[in-house]
Design a protein around this ligand. Structure first.
Ligand SMILES: Nc1ncnc2c1ncn2[C@@H]1O[C@H](COP(=O)(O)OP(=O)(O)OP(=O)(O)O)[C@@H](O)[C@H]1O
Length: 368
């Protein structure tokens, strides 16, 4: 069966009043898929979500849901007529209504309201708490009520704006997995906004990385990690270091770690200066290797240990090794590069060489 498009944004520009926050936005969500808008604070994720919900008019381009245009310049279908549900960061439950009445709110006139509410409360594991009020629930429980309430009218699309960010650690992880399971079980399509990459990857089928109001890449988590299209995406998603090198053949780069060969060819001229992205899992412990690095830092992660490694030139990298062998800071270890999916960007004249990258993730250049 062919995948059916549900949501399409075409050349969308949106913002507030005359101010454009997001421009040239194109994306496409299949029915039943969960998409995510990921990016640093202020890059326009929530603005995009509000435009999809119909809370903000669009300046240019259009938004199509199933077979109808719901927004274009000069036309905004009212939010309540879009068949779109919302789940907010702060839950936004009605404080004077019980859990069951909150869930029933959008389907009060439905003939089978009680049955639907009972089924949804089962689904979100809150059946025993149906008579409680929101203030008598934990944050995680309140967010489950909000999810059940949003699902009750069977929306075509569910929008979730940072739904887990008021929850901490383990609960946040557990609930995000649970929400994915619930959405998949019901076949509900959704768009999630987050600035947490782990959350984006664990919940979504497709993730869009935003930067300054532009979508840099809309792709699967796997492709974002292994095939980032821009240095920004490479840096925002995952960890790693860029090592400067020289292209000596379409698939080979000469670096201070030796010749690194990937599984794809680059068509820049031989001799081009390039930056190769090396993630911690690309650096393998290899006692027999002539290439040695000095351990200058380590973080125990349980099953594995993340080592900060200094090369003979003084440049640094990170490597992740199984934790059953434990090495001390100051010790020398043999390493080799095992990077099948070589991620390479042109170095000279590259805009990326001058940009400020977010704190987490890739350091643009390795250095002491
Ligand atoms: N109501 C508003 N009126 C005018 N400008 C706004 C309004 N809301 C947000 N902005 C601006 O739009 C830009 C994008 O904001 P937006 O909330 O979409 O970012 P975000 O990516 O969701 O960030 P965060 O992760 O911090 O929520 C910011 O510069 C912000 O100051």
């Amino acid at each position: 069966m062919n995948a059916q498009p549900l949501l399409t944004l075409r050349q969308l520009a949106c913002g507030y009043g005359g101010q454009r926050v997001v421009e040239h936005l194109n994306l496409h969500l299949e029915r039943g898929d969960i998409g995510c808008l990921l990016g640093p604070s202020g890059c326009g994720k929530t603005t995009t979500l509000r435009a999809i919900a119909g809370f903000e008019p669009v300046h240019e381009g259009e938004i199509q849901l199933a077979d109808r245009i719901i927004s274009r310049s000069g036309f905004t279908l009212a939010p309540e007529r879009r068949r779109i549900g919302m789940v907010f960061q702060d839950y936004a439950l009605f404080p004077h209504l019980t859990v069951a009445d909150n869930v029933a709110f959008g389907i009060r006139k439905h003939a089978h309201v009680q049955r639907i509410v009972a089924e949804l409360l089962e689904l979100v594991h809150l059946a025993p708490l149906s008579k409680r009020y929101p203030h008598e629930l934990s944050g995680g429980q309140q967010q489950r009520v909000a999810l059940a309430r949003a699902l009750a009218p069977e929306p075509d699309l569910l929008l979730l704006d940072e739904p887990f960010s008021n929850l901490d650690g383990e609960l946040r992880r557990r609930l995000s997995h649970e929400v994915r399971d619930i959405l998949k079980f019901r076949g509900t399509s959704a768009i999630l906004v987050t600035h947490d990459q782990e959350e984006a990857f664990s919940v979504s089928d497709q993730v869009g990385v935003f930067r300054d109001g532009r979508l840099e890449q809309w792709d699967t988590p796997y492709n974002l990690y292994h095939e980032p299209l821009t240095p920004f995406v490479a840096s925002f998603v995952g960890q790693g270091y860029f090592i400067r090198g020289q292209l000596i053949a379409p698939q080979k780069v000469q670096t201070e770690l030796g010749v690194i060969q990937g599984n794809r060819a680059f068509n820049w001229p031989t001799g081009s200066s390039v930056d190769v992205l090396l993630r911690p899992d690309d650096i393998v412990y290899a006692p027999e290797s002539a290439l040695k690095a000095t351990i200058v830092g380590k973080t125990f992660l349980g099953a594995s240990t993340l080592y900060r490694l200094q090369l003979p030139t003084g440049n640094q990298l990170e490597g992740i090794f199984p934790s059953h062998a434990d090495y001390r800071t100051g010790e020398q270890v043999g390493i080799r590069v095992a990077a099948d999916h070589l991620v390479v960007f042109p170095a000279l004249g590259s805009v990326a060489a001058h940009e400020t990258l977010p704190e987490a993730g890739v350091r643009r250049f390795s250095s002491i």
